[in-house]
Design a protein around this ligand. Structure first.
Ligand code: ATR
Length: 274
């Protein structure tokens, strides 16, 4: 066991609940690997206490924190400064405590794009179809647009897709019922809905109309292979699993807090998937 010194650097993940979070494993693996005098801990914080706890952590010398459900919008409000990625996403998932105040970033879009690239998929290869209209859809849509891809949003509740499209530069909207038949127009399709997640129904969507070489990304990572990804693999398309996004989105925070840029590799996948 690694013992901390009095000058150990500290970070953690703030959520409610937080016991399901895989972030302590990701950061713990990297801390161990690099022999860093530091710790990364789960921080269960109820919504009514969120802002006070963030300020207290900053005052207590923490280097920063990740923020997860349900705090990502509240985290935006508690920051003294937010960067371009947080602005575009309308939410913050990474806090960095600096002498100048609390800085907010959103690394979800970065993680998604980095994971695409790790799978050999060019994010700007062609138009992207994004299923869903929640926070993850917004971060991913904004990141893909920043890479130069044209984005179409498709959500069961079309009003939400339209509201999100209005917040993004020149995004289109496709009716939910047309998602399978329109597939041939896209180079990338992304499931950001909760469909396919453990204990949820699967996403019903035939990939029969897919153009050859379509990249099919799912942000669901439990199970690792969703029915959507299994069909993509079976049809010879390019499946992109969701765990990689979670691993890659953790990189910028770790680098900011602990001063080392960590690696996403097979061993990390094994440890975090277990
Ligand atoms: P996030 O976690 O990204 O912030 P969210 O706001 O919880 O997302 O939304 C979950 C997404 O899954 C939504 O796009 C939701 O569609 P609605 O806006 O119509 O609710 C989608 N979703 C959840 N259950 C669904 C279902 N049975 N069929 C289709 N879409 C579903």
């Amino acid at each position: 066991m690694r013992l901390l010194t009095g000058s150990a650097r500290l970070a953690g993940v703030i959520g409610w609940p937080v016991s399901h979070s895989r972030s302590p494993r990701i950061h713990g693996t990297w801390l161990e690997r690099h022999g860093i005098d530091g710790a990364y801990v789960p921080l269960p914080v109820a919504p009514e206490n969120f802002a006070a706890v963030v300020r207290a952590l900053a005052q207590a010398g923490f280097a920063g924190a990740n923020v997860t459900i349900p705090h990502k919008e509240a985290a935006f409000a508690v920051c003294d400064r937010v960067d371009e990625t947080a602005h575009r996403a309308g939410a913050v998932n990474t806090l960095v405590f600096t002498p100048q105040g609390i800085e907010g970033r959103n690394t979800d879009g970065y993680g998604f794009v980095a994971n695409l690239r790790a799978h050999g998929v060019n994010p700007a290869a062609g138009p992207a179809l994004i299923l869903g209209a929640g926070g993850a859809a917004r971060a991913i849509a904004a990141a893909l647009q920043a890479e130069g891809a044209a984005v179409t949003l498709c959500n069961r509740t079309q009003d939400r897709a339209e509201a999100l499209a209005a917040a993004l530069p020149s995004a289109k909207v496709l009716p939910w019922g047309r998602r399978a038949e329109a597939l041939g127009d896209y180079a990338l399709v992304v499931n950001t809905t909760s469909l396919g997640m453990m204990h949820n129904p699967p996403l019903e969507m035939s990939l029969e109309r897919a153009a050859s070489g379509l990249a099919v990304a799912d942000i669901v990572y439990a199970p690792l292979e969703t029915a959507l990804l299994a069909e993509a693999a079976q049809r010879g398309l390019k499946p992109v699993e969701g765990l990689g996004m979670l691993l890659h989105q953790a990189v910028p925070g770790f680098t900011a807090w602990f001063g080392v840029t960590p690696r996403v590799d097979e061993e990390l996948y094994r440890i975090v998937a277990a």
